[in-house]
Ligand binder design. Structure first.
Ligand SMILES: [Fe+2]
Length: 254
């Protein structure tokens, strides 16, 4: 059984610390900084066996070097970003199955935010580490890829089972929620979830993980091929990736 701990880092990043007690393996996903991870491991008395990255941005890999120097951990990162992430031991690519914290994990290449971004899905644990591709009620900014690539990447994640718990790279939920409510004015489920989100944030609680089944019904970026939704937003395109692009641009300027 895998335990997942949430470590807050930098201004709004989440680092995920994974622990497999049975196999005595500990991993960390996207350590944007090393200090909070070291502190956490010291408290628990655990060694760090694996460091995993979803993409090359500094707020996801900034702690790599210090952690690898101290713990001699194995670094697992996307093959597509091998020139931008240093000292990778295990390169991973689309559809590959890798062991992370001793748990069988499927890799999804999800270009868009960066060209080499990957997400990690653990079917047995019903959880997805989505980095900066899918956020609660949002998605990553499209920095390196095209809108079409990002839409295709989100579609890959949307096919995962409803009962998947999603762990994303940032606490952007409140701002995403405001935008979702702005463009989706008649969604009872979104209204209900928005109250929960506000409550959690007022109490300083993380909004991760979130449920993918619910997300499919309330995240505007996952609904660019839902004709009724697209019409209600005032968009007129028959092409889902174009509609997605328009929603993404609206959010960029929101
Ligand atoms: Fe990023």
């Amino acid at each position: 059984m895998l335990e997942i701990f949430i470590i807050k880092a930098l201004s709004d990043n989440y680092i995920y610390l994974l622990r497999n007690e049975q196999k005595n393996i500990t991993s960390v996903i996207d350590p944007g900084e090393a200090k909070p991870v070291i502190k956490f491991l010291n408290n628990k008395g655990w060694h760090l066996d694996e460091v995993i990255n979803t993409h090359h941005h500094h707020d996801h890999v900034g702690g790599n070097k210090e952690l690898l120097d101290i713990y001699k951990s194995k670094l697992i990162a996307p093959s597509y970003e091998k020139d931008r992430i240093k000292n990778i031991d295990i390169l991973v690519s689309d559809n590959e199955i890798v062991n992370i914290t001793g748990i069988s994990t499927k890799v999804f290449h999800t270009p868009g935010h960066t060209l080499g971004h990957v997400c990690f899905y653990m079917p047995e644990e019903k959880c997805l580490f989505s980095g900066d591709t899918l956020f609660y009620l949002g998605c990553g900014r499209v920095f390196e890829g095209t809108m079409d690539q990002m839409w295709s990447s989100l579609l890959k994640l949307r096919t995962l089972p409803e009962d998947t718990s999603v762990y994303c790279g940032h606490e952007y939920t409140l701002s995403n929620m405001k935008f979702a409510n702005y463009i989706d004015t008649n969604n009872a489920l979104l209204n209900k979830i928005s109250l929960e989100i506000k409550n959690n944030r007022e109490n300083g609680l993380p909004t991760v993980p979130f449920n993918l089944g619910i997300e499919k019904k309330i995240n505007p970026f996952l609904r660019a091929d839902d004709d009724n939704f697209i019409k209600s937003v005032g968009l007129n395109s028959n092409n889902a990736s174009e509609s997605f692009g328009e929603i993404r641009l609206k959010k960029d300027g929101f």
